[in-house]
Write a protein that binds this ligand. Structure first.
Ligand code: HEC
Ligand code: HEC
Length: 432
């Protein structure tokens, strides 16, 4: 039905003389013939009400962006390849005839043929060159790592750098985070169960922290603070941090602690000000070490197993030949999003504790190595094994105090996470 109405509307637009680029013309002629036939049928059943396409908000060109939005953004609602998208774009409508017949990466192969060949309609594989890959070295300037391309402050990833998102993110003083995975040419990640993916040597993982000046309107700009990096060399993960300059043109490798005053307007219109703490290099290990070795924390299969930008992330990595050995994604557990209140309170609270606390509070984690395994917060542990019930008073006390050094999480935040505390308090009272 959607396709049918799109065809009808496309036909109406054609009659009204809307311009289409010449590459679509041959197919449109066929479509308009078909739709003329369909339109006769439609007219006969909807006599009284004339179709007015301005009434209907649709995505005419199938690029995944509604016409109204394209008009608002000044892009062409009849051109599936405008706006230009990154190689990892997947929100297109693969049934839309304008989209299928176009060639968004200009490699001479139509979008639909690319899908049929399992190549990327937004990326010309023939053009892959070394400059598309991140550099797995801690060079002095972030720009030299080629994680981003173009004007650095746009935070646009390079062609062979893939953004990912966590199903339930870590709270860090309300900052926004942008994460990426960059594998060396021709290499893949390997699935090894619902936990951490196995990465090849010379993988570069990045996480950039920033604040929107006004959360109600992203167009008003942002302040980028730091880009944290993990690079795997000879089986060992190394850490490095890049501090952004005031002009936001680049970031420099920096091992020290910094306090950056942050001042922005939140989504409720409230002005927020605090001192953001950039951790020094030695503190990275407090959260990223397990049994004394540095490891990534986030990219576990279960934390990536959800839809991001219109497609399941793990499936996307499989399709792009970046991930091997994974079963069907429906068989992989999902770490629930703690903020999704359609999910049970128990699951949300356990997911929150997993992502915000378990990196230190797990066997081999920095707390347990010094204080023993009395309690821990891994999502996969049974409730009895975690001893959350026995520790409930301390958990609540530690999350609500303002006393630094006593406050949990021990490092990484400076303000109390009101929404997180509310969730954990509700959870703890449900255990009584
Ligand atoms: C307070 C604990 C904490 C500290 C301190 C910390 N991290 Fe992390 N980091 C995490 C957690 C938890 C994640 C996963 C969740 C996420 O991505 O939001 C993460 C994610 C990352 C990632 C993305 C890949 C991954 O491991 O998930 C990078 C890169 C990273 N951290 C680098 C660093 C570097 C470099 C430092 C030191 C400058 C650092 N981190 C300090 C807790 C911490
Ligand atoms: C950066 C590592 C780190 C993170 C992250 C962290 N903790 Fe801790 N936690 C510690 C250390 C180290 C101690 C022991 C030192 C102390 O007692 O203050 C501790 C102590 C505690 C205690 C007291 C245990 C006792 O013996 O009384 C509780 C409860 C606790 N943490 C809960 C949490 C919760 C809940 C979170 C997440 C919201 C969290 N922690 C996040 C490192 C961490």
């Amino acid at each position: 039905m959607i396709l049918f109405s799109q065809i009808v509307i496309a036909y109406l637009k054609l009659r009204r003389g809307v311009f289409f680029s010449s590459s679509y013309f041959s197919s449109i002629r066929v479509v308009s013939l078909m739709s003329a036939v369909l339109l006769i049928g439609l007219n006969s059943c909807t006599h009284e009400r004339a179709i007015n396409d301005e009434d209907i908000d649709i995505d005419t060109d199938g690029d995944g962006i509604l016409d109204s939005e394209e008009i608002a953004n000044g892009t062409n609602k009849n051109d599936p390849c405008d706006p230009v998208q990154n190689a990892d774009y997947t929100a297109y409508d693969a049934l839309n005839i304008f989209w299928t017949t176009s060639d968004c990466d200009n490699d001479g192969i139509s979008n639909s043929d690319e899908l049929a060949n399992a190549t990327n309609p937004y990326f010309d594989e023939g053009s892959v060159n070394d400059l598309d890959f991140a550099v797995p070295e801690f060079l002095p300037k972030l720009s030299e790592l080629r994680i981003f391309q173009g004007d650095l402050s746009n935070l646009e990833f390079n062609n062979e750098v893939y953004e990912y998102e966590m199903s339930t993110p870590l709270f860090t003083d309300y900052s926004y985070k942008l994460r990426s995975i960059a594998l060396p040419k021709g290499e893949q990640m390997t699935y090894q169960g619902e936990g951490l993916l196995l990465f090849p040597d010379n993988t570069v993982l990045s996480k950039t922290f920033y604040y929107l000046n006004d959360e109600r309107n992203p167009a008003l700009g942002k302040k980028i603070i730091e880009t944290r990096i993990l690079i795997k060399k000879n089986g060992t993960w190394m850490v490095g941090n890049y501090l952004w300059n005031a002009e936001q043109t680049d970031a420099l490798l920096d091992e020290d602690a910094h306090i950056i005053p942050v001042d922005y307007i939140d989504d409720q219109g409230t002005n927020r000000m605090f001192n953001y703490k950039v951790p020094p290099k030695q503190l990275c290990f407090q959260c990223h070490d397990k049994n004394g070795s540095t490891i990534p924390v986030g990219p576990k299969a279960r934390a990536l197993n959800f839809s991001f930008k219109g497609k399941n992330q793990l499936q996307h990595f499989v399709d792009m030949q970046l991930l091997q050995g994974a079963p069907d994604v429906s068989q992989i557990p999902v770490l629930p999003d703690w903020s999704d209140d359609t999910i049970s309170l128990d699951d949300r609270a356990r997911a929150y504790l997993d992502v915000n606390c378990a990196h230190c509070h797990q066997p081999g984690g920095s707390y347990n190595l010094s204080f023993g395994d009395d309690f821990e917060f891994r999502y996969e542990s049974s409730f009895e094994d975690t001893n959350i019930f026995e520790t409930r008073v301390a958990i609540q006390g530690r999350m609500t105090t303002q006393i630094s050094g006593y406050f949990m999480p021990l490092i990484g935040t400076t303000v109390i996470h009101a929404e997180g505390v509310e969730l954990i308090e509700e959870y703890i009272s449900s255990l009584e």
